[in-house]
Design a protein around this ligand. Structure first.
Ligand code: RUB
Length: 313
C-alpha cells in the first residue's frame, strides 16, 4: 500500500486535489490514514511520526493557510492527548476523531457560508466569480435554489482554467452562466452587481490572498462601484499575519503558461507564473464566514477569538 502522506502530498502538489478547503480536508484525511498504519508501542514516537507527516504535508502548497491550520488543529489535539498520558491506541482513536471533527466542521462551515451569503444576493443579480471556490459557489447555488433569478459570469482563470470547472458545475445545476476570458472582466464589470470569490488565506488586516487575478478584479469592481464579496471559512485566517508575517505566494512552473517547445524556441523570454495575489482590504466590502459577515477590518477580532495563542506573546 502506498504511504497515505506521499499520496496526498503529490495530489495536492500537482493540483489533482485543489482549492483551499479541499486541500485542508485531504491533509487531515491523510493524517488519519497514516495514524492507522503507525506501528509503535511508544506514544511519544506516535506523535513524533504524525508531526513529521504533518510537517511534510504543510509543504505541499505554500499559500493556502487552511493547510497548516488544519494540520495544526489535528496535531495540537494529539499533543494534548500525549500530555495527558494517552496510550498509542488512544492516540490513534483521538486522531481519527479529530480528523473527522475537522472535516465535519469544514463541510458545515461551507454550508453555513452558503446560507449566510445567499441572503446578500438579490433577485435579478448579475454575479461574477473567479477560479473555483467551493464557498463562493455554495453562496451562488443557495441563492439560486431560493428562487432568485441570477446570472453568473465566470472568468476562465488562466493558466489552469479552474473557471471552466465552476461554469460547468453551475450550468449543470441550471444556473445561467457565461464564461469570459480573464481579460474581458473590465468590459463586463459595469453589468455586474456583485463579485464573489473565495480565499486561500485571509490576513489579520483583512487582506485576502486568492487565485491570481483576484486583486485585478477587485480594482475593476471598485472602479465600477460593484460590490466585492469574499467567502472564507475561518480556518483560512492566518494567525501568523497578526505578527506581520507575510503569506507566501506560490510560484508554479512556467510550463503551465506556455509549452516546453515554445520555451525552447524562445529561450530569451522569461515566463512567470504566480498562482495567487493579494487583494488589499480597501477593495473588499465583506468577508462571509461561517461565524457571520465581517468587514475586512473585523478579521482581527476573529483572530483574537479563534487563535488567542497567536497574540499571546
Ligand atoms: C483555488 C482558489 C480558490 C480558493 C478558495 O486555487 O484560489 O479560490 O482556494 O477555494 P487553486 P475554496 O486552484 O490553485 O487551488 O472555497 O474551495 O476553499
Amino acid at each position: 500500500m502506498r504511504d497515505p502522506i506521499d499520496e496526498a502530498f503529490e495530489k495536492i502538489r500537482n493540483m489533482e486535489i485543489r482549492g483551499a478547503g479541499r486541500i485542508a480536508r485531504a491533509a487531515v484525511e491523510a493524517l488519519k490514514k497514516k495514524a492507522l498504519t503507525i506501528e509503535t508501542a511508544s506514544s511519544k514516537t506516535f506523535y513524533q511520526l504524525l508531526y513529521e507527516a504533518g510537517s511534510r504535508l504543510k509543504k505541499a502548497r505554500p499559500t493556502a493557510v487552511s493547510l497548516p491550520n488544519a494540520v495544526n488543529f489535528l496535531l495540537a489535539g494529539i499533543y494534548r492527548g500525549l500530555e495527558k498520558g494517552l496510550t498509542v491506541e488512544e492516540l490513534r482513536d483521538l486522531t481519527v476523531k479529530k480528523a473527522d471533527e475537522f472535516i465535519g466542521r469544514s463541510l458545515e462551515a461551507i454550508k453555513r457560508i452558503g446560507e449566510i451569503g445567499s441572503r446578500r444576493i438579490m433577485d435579478g443579480d448579475r454575479l461574477l466569480t473567479h477560479c473555483n471556490s467551493e464557498a463562493a459557489i455554495r453562496i451562488i447555488l443557495e441563492a439560486f435554489k431560493q428562487g432568485k433569478e441570477i446570472s453568473v459570469y465566470v472568468t476562465e482563470t488562466r493558466p489552469r482554467y479552474q473557471g471552466r470547472l465552476t461554469a460547468a458545475y453551475l450550468a449543470k445545476h441550471g444556473v445561467d452562466v457565461t464564461l469570459i476570458p480573464d481579460s474581458a472582466a473590465r468590459l463586463y464589470m459595469r453589468k455586474i452587481d456583485r463579485v464573489i470569490v473565495g480565499a486561500d488565506a485571509v490576513a489579520a488586516n483583512g487582506a485576502v490572498v486568492n487565485k491570481i487575478g483576484t486583486a485585478q478584479l477587485a480594482l475593476i469592481a471598485k472602479e465600477a462601484r460593484t460590490r466585492f464579496f469574499v467567502a472564507a471559512e475561518t480556518y483560512k485566517i492566518s494567525p501568523s499575519t497578526f505578527l506581520g508575517e507575510l503569506v507566501e505566494i506560490e510560484e508554479r512552473a512556467p510550463t503551465e503558461v506556455v509549452s516546453e517547445k515554445w520555451m525552447k524556441e524562445n529561450p530569451r523570454v522569461k515566463v512567470k507564473n504566480p498562482a495567487f495575489d493579494v487583494t488589499p482590504p480597501e477593495y473588499i466590502d465583506i468577508i462571509i464566514t461561517e461565524m457571520g459577515i465581517y468587514p475586512p477590518q473585523g478579521i482581527i477580532l476573529l483572530i483574537k477569538e479563534l487563535y488567542p495563542e497567536a497574540i499571546a506573546v
